[in-house]
Design a protein around this ligand. Structure first.
Ligand SMILES: *Cc1c(COP(=O)(O)O)cnc(C)c1O
Length: 382
């Protein structure tokens, strides 16, 4: 059995090495380093894959969120609702733009926005909701969209952890994560399900108007060179990264399947343990397992659990140990807290196990037996 890693980008690369090397060298030889053909080709491929009208590539997933918010013409003090139990990026960009972040709680089973807690946080200043499809499953988009549409609030889906996931509506039609709201964003950070070999990101929309605005904002606010109609930023996807992504997009479904297979083995084995909860997948979404996250029972020490795994060569991580609203950087920023009782409970109990495309069966079995034995042993001694 090989050493267990949190992600194994090396072996993933080796499997497609000749294709990647060829694609990267082609960009190097072409000298089309900025906005070269690879960027346009990848953009078109991703539009087709997602079934969305416009993909606008950009420099990273955080820029994608910022540009998406900038395209909504908001004013300082306007309010953006987003979870606190997530990565910092969503609330960070709202703060950067002088917007008021309103933190909403998540559902205790899916770890995504609890729609029943949204309504009380909405007022006339509420201009956007940013659901995060955390760990790889979609938020409850049908309910979130219904609430937002009623009040003319924009919805930006943060799909950095869920690219490739499918959302199924009550009428049985389905759409890809990130193509349901007004705008979707994603990150191609190397460890993401669709990762490049550096930084990268993209914005999706079906609206021609928003697409035009977003394209301008990402390009210094210009449509025509050297004529800057709005204040923008400089955010581009490198041609070399686009070339890598064009190759890797072909394997995305396979990658998601490999993650799902490992997750299924974990969940089947852990179902018989009563001291933890395995990931619950909501009926309206598929799960692409960017993370495989357990919820430990209150009586279990997460520190001891992680230390035990570490001693046995199994890395684990907590995403995220401190909710956004408790981050030092946020204490002085303009924000409002909803009822965050689930967030406050989850932060102490979640722990994510290794999950990636290169996990071997023997590694999964070893992780399962190590955890099972540990939890059984502390039950007996308690
Ligand atoms: C990774 C991530 C981002 C940010 O992506 P970068 O490309 O690192 O800027 C945003 N939101 C979520 C949920 C993420 O996981």
């Amino acid at each position: 059995m090989n050493t267990i890693q949190v992600v194994d980008l090396k072996n993933q690369y080796l499997k497609i090495q000749s294709e990647i090397d060829e694609a990267v060298l082609e960009v190097v030889r072409s000298c089309a380093y900025i906005n070269g053909p690879a960027v346009k080709e990848f953009q078109a491929d991703l539009e087709r894959y997602l079934g969305v009208k416009h993909v606008i590539p950009c420099a990273n997933g955080t820029d994608a969120l910022q540009i998406a918010l900038m395209s909504l013409d908001l004013s300082p003090g306007d309010e953006v609702i987003t979870p606190s139990f997530t990565y910092i990026a969503t609330s960070e960009v709202a703060a950067v733009l002088g917007l008021r972040t309103v933190f909403v709680d998540v559902d205790e089973d899916t770890f995504t926005i609890d729609p029943s807690k949204l309504e009380t946080l909405i007022n006339e200043k509420t201009k956007a909701i940013i659901p995060v499809h955390l760990y790889g499953q979609c938020s409850n988009m049908e309910e979130i969209m219904a609430i937002a549409k009623k009040r003319n609030i924009a919805v930006i889906e943060d799909t950095a952890q869920a690219i490739g996931a499918d959302y199924t509506f009550k009428d049985n039609t389905s759409k890809k994560a990130g193509t349901i709201g007004d705008i979707g964003t994603t990150s191609f950070f190397p460890s993401k399900n669709l990762g490049c070999y550096g930084d990268g990101g993209a914005i999706f929309t079906n609206s021609d108007d928003l697409a035009e605005k977003i394209r301008m904002i990402a390009n210094h606010g210009q449509k025509k060179r050297y004529f800057h109609d709005v204040i923008g930023v400089n955010s581009r996807l490198d041609s070399i990264q686009a070339a890598v992504l064009k190759v890797k997009l072909k394997y995305l479904d396979e990658y998601c399947e490999a993650r799902r297979k490992a997750a299924q083995s974990y969940s089947e084995a852990f179902a018989k343990l009563d001291s933890l909860q395995t990931p619950k997948v909501a009926p309206y979404t598929s799960h692409v397992y960017h993370q495989y996250t357990l919820k430990l029972d209150e009586g279990i020490s997460r520190d001891a659990f992680q230390a035990h795994l570490k001693e046995r060569g199994i890395p684990s991580n907590v995403y995220y140990p401190l909710p956004n609203h408790m981050q030092k950087g946020f204490l002085n920023s303009d924000h409002f807290l909803g009822d965050l009782s689930v967030t406050m409970d989850l932060k102490n109990r979640v722990v994510s196990l290794p999950i990636h495309t290169e996990l071997e069966d023997a590694q999964v079995d070893y992780i399962i037996s190590t955890i099972t034995e540990y939890l059984e042993s502390i039950k007996i001694s308690a």
